[in-house]
Design a protein around this ligand. Sequence first.
Ligand code: DC
Length: 243
Amino acid sequence: MSKINERILQNLLRSYEELAGQTIAIDGPAGAGKSTVAREVARRLGYLYLDTGAMYRALTVKVLREQVAFDDEATLAQLAARTAIELRPETDESGRVRVFLDGEDVTGIIRSPAVNQCVSLVSRSPSVRRVLAELQRQLARGGRVVVEGRDIASHVLPCADCKIFLTASLEVRARRRHADLATAGFAVTLESVIADLEHRDDIDSRREVAPLVQVEGAHLVDNSERPVSEVVEMVMEYCRKKG
Ligand code: DC
């Protein structure tokens, strides 16, 4: 093996060893690019990738179907307790993990505008959060995991080895979400996406239980102008240093 190849191999092995066994939390507002970045970091490290937003979205599908009022805590608590939400690592055509609600594949539906509009109203319920946070802790228990959400570093896994707060300007986030929705076949205006993101950020940041916050010790990464590969590298580099 040439000296250069040997050095590359050694560097790769070293970074892999340094990152072995870490729990990486990536929080941030809607549309900041958390899924793309978290998924890629997990893929490179061979870690489990946990999309906690997908869990809140799946439960929202059931709340809408069963027409439960968003402020009916007792019924929401029962509903959350009797619902099976599963994330399977096999991906759909856009590279997202598959999400199952009581055995039904809801991967497509959970990204619909109807769910976008209601998910923050469901996820502000303390009962819903209690059930899903416990499930997330169980899934992350073994480490070697990248978990993305809003309250991962602050509530779900406050002992995470590496805490990232990923953000981007409202305009960039809205353009991304608009493009995602168009690709998925949902015709919505950019203005309505901006309004939806502002509304959700507002509810997610001001709710009483586990609001979206950048905790002390979390590393802020702005994803407005950079290519995904650069952001992934920044996250990996930061975790390498923390390891
Ligand atoms: O990341 P996302 O857009 O798929 O998340 C959907 C909603 O779920 C988001 O508006 C707030 C909620 N959520 C949450 O409250 N806590 C999490 N850990 C993840 C998502």
